[in-house]
Design a protein around this ligand. Structure first.
Ligand code: KIV
Length: 296
């Protein structure tokens, strides 16, 4: 068993990396607010990603493109406050790391300085992106890579679909993961790629791979919280296992509340405050008498 920082109990990047060496699975999840982060942290999650999936599952956008730095900082801060043990990684939103390295490093630093995250994640592995990873590491900002399906390239891809099913694309993804490792990322997300490709990458890399839709051979797994608890009653990708139907649970509770209020069943005396015995008797008697007179 690998232990987190002995003093703080906080899971660190070396702790996450040691799990690969010891062949212990890394379990990661997304969270975007205090109450959910508190629950998943207390459950023993290793790593919480404040993903820009925020845009889709919390803010109601059709993709992650509109998410801003302000959105991300706003949501990362409460997750960090709630996380006593899990390592928190902030996801850099679209166009927060696409211009100069200087601006990108500044944006990344905000996740650490203003929100308290321990690392940032960026999508892609172009030459420019690799240089940025080096600049971030140089600025003491730990970076998580992300290859395969990279949702910020949605307009480029045209749709969300599995990457690396053909040899050339698979080879490029392997190459990208290796280049990211060389540039200095501490781990890499593999999203929506065939499990065989994820296996090759996981065996080649010294740093941990964390898969989402990338099969069982990755060093760890990550799922979007809202998917695994069933917040949406719409389409879910093949790789999501829905552990509870929270949409149904919440709907049942809210319908029960509506019904009870309409029928006068809530609140009853048990859910109401009462005056100390006798203290309001005089007032009640006077009001009752007034009401009695009015009726006549
Ligand atoms: O934004 C996100 O939630 C992610 C995960 C799907 C890895 O990038």
């Amino acid at each position: 068993m690998i232990m987190p920082n002995e003093k703080t109990q906080k899971k660190t990047i070396p702790f996450i990396q040691a799990k690969k060496e010891k062949k212990e699975k890394i379990v990661a999840i997304t969270a975007y607010d205090f109450p959910v982060a508190k629950i998943v942290d207390q459950c023993g999650i290793d790593l919480i990603l404040v993903g820009d999936s925020l845009g889709m599952v919390v803010l109601g956008y059709k993709n992650t493109i509109p998410v801003t730095m302000e959105d991300m900082i706003h949501h990362t801060r409460p997750v960090v406050i709630a996380s006593k043990s899990a390592l928190v990684v902030g996801d850099m939103p679209y166009f927060s790391f696409h211009l100069s390295n200087e601006e990108s490093v500044y944006n990344a630093s905000r996740f650490l300085k203003e929100a308290g995250a321990s690392a940032v994640k960026i999508e892609g592995a172009s030459k420019k992106r690799l240089k940025l990873v080096e600049a971030l590491v140089e600025a003491e900002i730990p970076v998580m890579g992300h290859v395969g399906l990279t949702p910020q390239s949605i307009y480029h891809f045209g749709q969300f679909k599995v990457k690396g099913k053909e040899i050339e694309e698979a080879e490029n993804i392997v190459k990208d993961a290796l280049s990211l490792e060389k540039a200095g990322v501490f781990s890499v997300i593999l999203e929506c790629i065939p499990m065989e490709v994820a296996r090759i990458i996981t065996e080649k890399l010294k740093i941990p791979t964390i898969g989402i839709g990338a099969g069982p051979y990755c060093d760890g797994q990550i799922l979007v919280f809202h998917d695994l608890v069933g917040f949406s009653n719409g389409y879910l990708p093949k790789f999501v296992r829905k552990y509870v139907d929270i949409h149904e649970v919440i709907s049942r509770a809210v319908k029960g509340y509506i019904d009870d209020v309409k029928k006068g069943k809530f609140p009853d005396s048990n859910y109401s405050y009462h005056s100390k015995s006798g203290k309001l008797d005089e007032l009640i008697k006077k009001e009752d008498q007034k009401r009695g007179k009015k009726k006549k």
